[in-house]
Each structure stands twice: as structure tokens, then as C-alpha cells.
Design a protein around this ligand. Structure first.
Ligand code: FAD
Length: 301
């Protein structure tokens, strides 16, 4: 028996979409592998009424509430393929196939971190991407920005709002004269040397080791890494992707409909910038859009 909708990804965006589909009394299947992007952080900041909550607890609570709706089915597993025919077919890693009239992609993105010793294990703790999420906690400490793209100088200009900031060029090109002037005006130090490693007790950061032998004291390092979509589903379905500031973004309209009729996309995969609040909002939009497209299907124009 096909579902009214399948949602691929059961985190902030996917559970929000599924909640609105279920509340519209339509059957919905949520497929999820259980690895939200912010799983590396102990606390999620900025979401209405949940500032500082454990992100996994937020998801578990939303999932438990959604599970009380009889219209909802959860599948623990990976969606590996999807195609359009008379309806949508989603293939799981087990080989099993599921069918639905509508599809919501909410499978998130992955950050592609630079290969710097000591960086990955501090991601989400003292190596961070977003000052609005994790800047307040490091206010007035020794802050750094790792240059990974031309946007990094802009990130440094912003991070300086939270404390004294150094832009680590990591052996890369010096920003142009105008940008350097703005960095200096903002009181930002520029460190041209390449980085060898990060260190500190446990997940704490205390030192940035440079390849010339120096060690610079530091409490938090920010970077805006490249990202990739979690899986090929959007491309397999023929959805148009745009190049966003950090990586590919699935193109959607105001209803979160992709360029393929019946396929919606919500959360980090379909926007930039990213946050839990925006993912939830996009999920709500996609869920309502799916519901109304089903409710009004076949009506005379
Ligand atoms: C370290 C870090 C800390 C952050 N802190 C904050 C913060 O404090 N506040 C804030 O607002 N934002 C924060 N963010 C951003 C936030 O994590 C994202 O904006 C949010 O998680 C996006 O939600 P999403 O539902 O789009 O994707 P995700 O939360 O990434 O969820 C995607 C879900 O899809 C599943 N999935 C992936 N592929 C498949 C597949 N093929 N089949 C089935 N399931 C699949 C995954 O397992 C996951 O459960 C942080 C991000 C990072 C990296």
C-alpha cells in the first residue's frame, strides 16, 4: 500500500514536514539513519524555547510526539535511490522499496572538514562554524578563523564582534588590499603561516601550532567548510541543484517544491545559511505544501 508521502531524513526538517502531513490526516513514512548534522555539539542554541538543549533530545522529543499519530510509519535505514513513475519509489539499502504519492527530501548535508590534525575531534565543541550558534559561549576569548575560502575574511570580520580575532591564512593567499584594510580596521590579526595541528586538553582548544614552530594561544577556531548533500537522491530524481556559498543546494520555490513535480526539499539541503530554526520552518512549509497538493489534486482549476 503506497504512502501519501515519504520523508527521507527524520531530523529537524523531516520531522517538521511529517508532523504537518500527519496532522492533515495523510499517511507518511519517515526514513532516517539517525545522524543529524549537529550531533557533534552537546547543545543547540537559538531555537525558540529550546536554547541550549541537547540536539539529540530535541529530535527524540519531536519523534516521540510524532509517533503518537497513527498515520506515521518510521523506517530506520538509508534511502539509497529514488525514481519517478506512476508514483515515487524509494529504495532502501536493504533493497526493499517503498512507494508514495509525494516525496520530501530532508536528508541534510555533511561538512567536509580540512585534514588538519586535532580539528575533527573538536568539531562542534571548540572548532565551530557559526557564531550565532556557538559564539556567545566564547565571548571575549581568543578567537580564530581558518581561511578555507574567499568568504573566510568576511567571516573573520563578523567573528570579531564576539572577541579578539586572528585570521589564519594557513599558508594561503593574502586577501586583497581593500579586504586587508577592513580586517585591520576591525582589529583583526592576520597570521600567514601554515597550520600544523591544533591541541588542547580533551575537546578544549588551547594551541594552534604553526609549521614554522610557533604555537599561538587560541580558545575557539571558526571555519565555514564546504558541504555535500547526504546522498544522490536529488540528482537521481532529476532535481536542479544550484551552487550555494558552501556547496550544492537543491533548488526550491517558496512552497519548498523542487524542480520535479511532487518532490519537495527542506532544511540544509535546500537553503543557505543554515540553522535548526530555518530547517524546522522549511519543514513546516514543505509539509503543508505536500498536504495541500494532495488535498487539491484533481480539482478543476
Ligand atoms: C557542529 C554543528 C553545530 C550546530 N549547532 C547549531 C545550533 O546551535 N543552533 C542551530 O540552530 N543550528 C546549529 N547547527 C546547524 C543545524 O545542525 C542544521 O541547520 C540542522 O541540523 C539542519 O536540519 P536538517 O533536518 O536539514 O538536517 P539534519 O539535522 O542534518 O538531518 C538530516 C537527517 O537525515 C538523515 N539521513 C541522511 N541521509 C539519509 C538517507 N539517505 N536516508 C535516510 N536518512 C538519511 C540523517 O541521519 C539525519 O537524521 C549546527 C551545525 C553543526 C555542524
Amino acid at each position: 500500500m503506497p504512502f501519501d508521502a515519504i520523508v527521507v531524513g527524520g531530523s529537524f526538517a523531516g520531522l517538521s514536514a511529517a508532523t504537518y502531513i500527519a496532522r492533515g490526516r495523510r499517511s507518511v513514512c519517515v526514513i532516517d539513519t539517525g545522524s543529524p548534522r549537529n550531533r557533534f555539539a552537546a547543545a543547540s542554541h537559538g531555537f525558540f524555547g529550546q536554547d541550549g538543549s541537547d540536539p539529540r533530545a530535541m529530535i527524540a522529543q519531536a519523534r516521540a510526539q510524532l509517533a503518537t499519530y497513527p498515520q506515521v510509519t518510521f523506517v530506520a535505514g538509508e534511502a539509497t535511490d529514488a525514481c519517478v513513475g506512476e508514483d515515487f519509489t524509494v529504495t532502501l539499502a536493504t533493497g526493499e522499496t517503498l512507494h508514495a504519492a509525494r516525496l520530501v527530501l530532508a536528508h541534510g548535508i555533511s561538512d567536509v572538514l580540512p585534514d588538519l590534525p586535532g580539528l575533527a575531534q573538536r568539531w562542534g565543541k571548540s572548532v565551530l562554524h557559526c557564531p550565532y550558534c556557538h559564539g556567545y559561549e566564547f565571548a571575549e576569548r581568543k578567537l580564530g578563523v581558518l581561511a578555507v575560502s574567499p568568504l573566510s575574511a568576511h567571516q573573520a570580520l563578523l567573528i570579531a564582534e564576539w572577541g579578539p580575532t586572528t585570521l589564519y591564512l594557513d599558508g594561503g593567499a593574502m586577501p586583497d588590499e581593500a579586504t586587508c584594510a577592513r580586517l585591520v580596521q576591525r582589529g583583526i590579526e592576520i597570521e600567514p603561516a601554515a597550520l600544523a595541528a591544533l591541541s588542547g586538553p580533551g575537546e578544549t582548544l588551547s594551541g594552534a601550532h604553526l609549521t614554522d614552530g610557533r604555537t599561538v594561544a587560541i580558545d575557539a577556531l571558526y571555519l565555514a567548510p564546504r558541504s555535500r548533500l547526504n546522498g544522490p537522491l536529488a540528482e537521481r530524481l532529476g532535481c536542479v541543484l544550484d551552487e550555494g556559498p558552501f556547496g550544492p543546494v537543491i533548488r526550491t520555490d517558496a512552497a519548498k517544491l523542487t524542480t520535479v513535480v511532487g518532490v519537495y526539499a527542506a532544511g540544509d539541503i535546500a537553503r543557505a545559511p543554515h540553522s535548526v530554526s530555518w530547517a524546522v520552518a522549511d519543514g513546516v512549509t514543505a509539509g503543508v505544501s505536500v498536504h495541500q497538493s494532495l488535498a487539491f489534486a484533481g480539482l478543476a482549476a
